[in-house]
Design a binder for this molecule. Structure first.
Ligand code: BMA
Length: 894
């Protein structure tokens, strides 16, 4: 990972400056007379037999440390995940020493705060055990009053192998098994991850390596105080529909040493609203809540594409009688969110959609996985690039998937700014979980802390208990005999309903809670929280994957209420892979290609699916063939996800055979954790795959979607608008593969496309169309179309539909694409002008290692000349681009 590239990207790609440090700062510094000694920085790190002893950075982890110290090479390189397995099987000790000035030491109470330890540790200070940790998602505070010395306080964190711990816990659970025991062998992972509160994907996943990290992954500090300290605070705007007015509830969580009195002053200067409250604190942990009434109307926060994202500063000032003060600024935003599950006319079941500020909103987006196996290496720039990439592709929502981590504060702050709604899972995925007392207790603390940390963010629109665990029981993933199933259902309900749900409902009344995904929502609840079929398209959300069936057959997709997962794999570009491989790996049948593929038959599935519609690459040059194979997997993925997404968007207002009213599409998955094949649309490092370019169009606010149905060509206009209707005509053309002139053009009558719906704009029998067009057959022509206003203004992006598989295209010839590159005069933006001698399809531009992205890519080129723009994320030149640019079109690969 080249950090320089990511930083430049902030300026060049994003057209915004990087978020300032105020926004990026994690937990605000406590005051109220609290002295804080940061213990971040250099520590010493040792393995169990002292054969490794290196200086380590905190926050950090063992792998990163060993790599930075030159002890190991890049863990992502080739097969290093296997070679470095020993690191996670060993136990490690972090040690630091620090002094405490006597005026600080003299204060009443001292606490060591660990924002995050990964994961199972015993912590000692000056030789005395002060506490233990078992959950990487929790902050731990240890009282060390009376244990500090002026000089040389030795702090030690002994971290036990997460793999050993998980295995011990699982073996200690003797009454019944809690499956799965181990991941499938193809994932080359570790076992029993469900027994440890740690990123579940860190023991391997079907898109990621096994790196069961160990470390102190968040900050450490000493807090010393006489009276009290603020542990955390939350702000919750609440709408009173009866009076059409807003209030903001502010909660302050104190750790009080000495009883005290004071004042709390809240203010939103922009809304000229302020209030003062008496504060009375008694020793112990104390939670105080205050309500600020607003005297003005507010500007609302809207999801991207539906309005602006108004954010207001709220200031919190606490002053105690002794003169101690605490101040914080917090962004607040005003929006309501409802998850609507109600009967739909002519459809059995219930709706499932989000209403934001009273308006139904179609969620368009993807699923978010951890940005890196080593979380300490995730930078603000990486997160910014991914979120801006999501927004640039017209996404308004992401689901933070339950097998990874609760993201950093900056992630949610940026989503607040960008208008990206977050579906927030709790971190449980694809497994059953134990329910021992201590497990439940640590989960309860985790959930309470995470809800308090994240609930102030308007972007978070829903909490969801787990990923696929209702489905795992309901559809018996783990071969559990029917007779013992009630035991597992009981555990399930205990964990997600009686504990997690219960806490969330208590802590946060401003957004809905869903127990699982996929689920039937209230119907699952009726059926005892585990529905007979959680994939029922009449209720809730669904996940749907099918790899071998022809993805062009849209009739095979479930017409669900909400598609929260679906997708297809592809391989990332050679420039991304070459950072972790050598030329002998660049072959689809190499050990490396098999090793990086963690999904059973994944490589096979991609080629089989591609082969249905494309001739597979057959270059005699092995490197060219490898590049072309990567290309064809990306073509397949983009085309499949486009067809499926357009189907879902078309289904938003349709009810067909009782099914439809689809109100959300979150394809699997946005980002990658390493350089390997996966369902992602953005590669590790930030490079866009073809799918991501295409998402920009299939997620356009107004989409023209074409489909063949019973011999007819249908073109729909799908609109995200709330009230604005559009009068449009569909402009349709048939192009022959062998010539640049359109064979014929048609226009529909002016049709009004309804707001928030899908409207049929054009219908024509394909055989009539072909007959009328004279020179066209299904194989020799392609149909292009878009929507325009009656006056001819373009309303939707260009789109096209094949009348037969491109593998049977007649007349498609090698296009001989040539290009020139010229500076646009705008910083780091370059014109790339292409010339071709024949029409070309899936034209793909790849500039290898020059970071940046094109305005369009993977396109249909039906004219001799076409110009695209490349925006680089670092300084480059037209010459550098020229010498790195590879252009591929479908006909070039065979
Ligand atoms: C879903 C996800 C992930 C997985 C993906 C692809 O089940 O929830 O567990 O990575 O499918 O298999």
């Amino acid at each position: 990972m080249n950090h320089v590239v990511w930083s430049f990207a902030c300026v060049y790609l994003l057209e915004v400056t990087c978020p300032d440090s105020a926004l990026a700062s994690e937990a605000k510094r406590p005051s109220l007379g609290v002295d804080v000694i940061s213990l971040n920085g250099k520590w010493q790190l040792m393995n169990s037999n002292s054969s490794v002893s290196v200086s380590a950075e905190v926050p950090g982890c063992v792998h990163t440390t060993l790599q930075r110290q030159g002890f190991i090479s890049d863990p992502y390189y080739r097969f290093n995940d296997l070679a470095y397995r020993w690191i996670s099987l060993d136990n490690w000790t972090y040690t630091t020493s620090f002094s405490v000035p006597s005026h600080v030491r003299g204060k009443g109470k001292a606490v060591l705060v660990f924002e995050g330890v990964d994961t199972v540790s015993t912590i000692s200070l000056n030789g005395l055990t002060i506490g233990k940790t078992d959950n990487m998602f929790r902050r731990y505070d240890f009282d060390v009053t009376g244990l500090l010395k002026d000089e040389e306080n030795v702090l030690q964190v002994w971290i036990m192998s997460a793999v050993t711990y998980a295995s011990q816990r699982s073996h200690a659970h003797t009454e019944y098994r809690v499956p799965p025991d181990c991941p499938p062998p193809v994932q080359k992972g570790e076992c029993h991850v469900n027994f440890i509160r740690k990123a579940q994907s860190s023991f391997s996943w079907d898109w990621g390596p096994s790196f069961p990290t160990l470390g102190i992954w968040k900050g450490v500090r000493l807090e010393v105080f006489n009276t009290s300290r603020v542990l955390s605070y939350t702000t919750s705007p609440k709408y009173d529909s009866e009076h059409s007015s807003w209030t903001v509830e502010v909660e302050l969580f104190f750790d009080v040493f000495v009883a005290s009195k004071g004042l709390v002053h809240l203010s939103i200067p922009l809304l000229q609203s302020e209030a003062e409250f008496q504060l009375s604190l008694t020793p112990g942990q104390s939670e105080k809540s205050f309500v600020l009434q607003l005297n003005q109307s507010v500007s609302l926060w809207w999801p991207f594409g539906h309005g602006e994202q108004f954010l207001y500063y709220l200031t919190i000032d606490v002053s105690l009688e002794g003169g101690e003060t605490f101040n914080a600024d917090q962004m607040v935003a005003f929006r309501t969110v409802e998850l609507v599950q109600e009967p739909i006319p002519s459809s059995p079941g219930l709706s499932f959609y989000f209403r934001i500020n009273g308006k139904p909103i179609f969620l368009k987006g993807s699923n978010w996985i951890p940005v890196h196996a080593f979380q300490d290496q995730v930078t603000t720039d990486m997160i910014t690039i991914l979120l801006r990439s999501a927004q640039k592709a017209n996404m308004n929502a992401l689901r933070v998937w339950g097998g990874g981590v609760y993201e950093q504060d900056i992630f949610y702050s940026l989503c607040d700014m960008y208008g990206i709604m977050i579906w927030q899972d709790f971190m449980f995925a694809c497994a059953l979980y134990p329910t021992e007392k201590d497990f439940i207790q640590t989960v309860r603390e985790e959930v309470t802390q995470q809800v308090r940390r994240l609930k102030s963010h308007p972007s978070v629109v829903i909490w969801s208990g787990n990923n696929e665990n209702e489905a795992a029981i309901a559809t018996d993933w783990f071969n559990i005999p029917v007779t013992v199933r009630p035991l597992y259902v009981k555990d399930y309900v205990h964990l997600y309903v009686e504990n997690i749900r219960d806490i969330v409902l208590q802590e946060d009344s401003t957004r809905p809670f869903l127990v699982s995904s996929p689920t039937n929502g209230v119907e699952s609840e009726k059926e005892g929280w585990v529905a007979k079929d959680p994939y029922d398209p009449h209720y809730g959300d669904t996940h749907f994957y099918s790899y071998y069936k022809d993805c062009w057959d849209w009739t095979a997709f479930p017409r669900t209420r909400f598609a929260s997962e679906y997708g297809f794999q592809s391989w990332p570009s050679l420039s991304t892979l070459s950072k972790v491989s050598v030329s002998s790996d660049w072959d689809f049948s190499s050990n490396f290609s098999a090793h990086r593929q963690h999904h059973e038959d994944g490589n096979q599935q991609m080629l089989k699916q591609a082969e249905l519609h494309y001739i597979l690459p057959n270059s005699t040059d092995p490197l060219q063939k490898y590049r072309d194979t990567i290309y064809i997997t990306q073509v397949m993925q983009a085309q499949c996800v486009k067809i499926q997404t357009e189907f879902y968007r078309r289904s938003r207002s349709d009810i067909v055979e009782g099914k439809g009213h689809t109100m959300g599409t979150l394809y699997w998955q946005l980002n990658d954790i390493w350089q390997g094949p996966s369902w992602s649309s953005v590669e590790f490092g930030g490079k866009w795959k073809m799918l991501h370019y295409w998402a920009t169009d299939f997620y356009a606010p107004i989409l023209s979607a074409g489909v063949e149905d019973k011999g007819d060509l249908l073109i729909y206009g799908v609109s995200d608008s709330h009230s604005e209707t559009h009068n449009v005509k569909a402009k349709v053309k048939l192009h022959s593969w062998s010539s640049f002139n359109a064979v014929c053009s048609l226009e529909s009558n002016v049709t009004t496309i309804k707001a928030g719906g899908s409207t049929l704009v054009f219908q024509y029998s394909i055989s009539a169309l072909l007959t009328q067009c004279g020179n066209c057959t299904r194989r020799s022509c392609i149909v292009t179309f878009h929507l325009s206003s009656p006056e001819g203004q373009m309303i939707s992006p260009h789109n096209h539909i094949f009348l037969s598989s491109p593998r049977y295209a007649e007349g498609l010839q090698k296009p001989n694409i040539t290009f020139t590159v010229k500076d646009t005069g705008i910083v780091q933006n370059f014109f790339v002008t292409l010339h071709c001698s024949f029409p070309a399809v899936y034209v793909w531009l790849d500039v290898d290692n020059i970071p940046g992205h094109f305005d369009v890519n993977g396109f249909l080129m039906l004219s001799k000349k076409s110009t695209v723009i490349f925006g680089a994320w670092r300084p480059t030149t037209a010459e550098e681009i020229t010498s790195n640019l590879h252009i591929t079109s479908l006909r070039d690969v065979y």
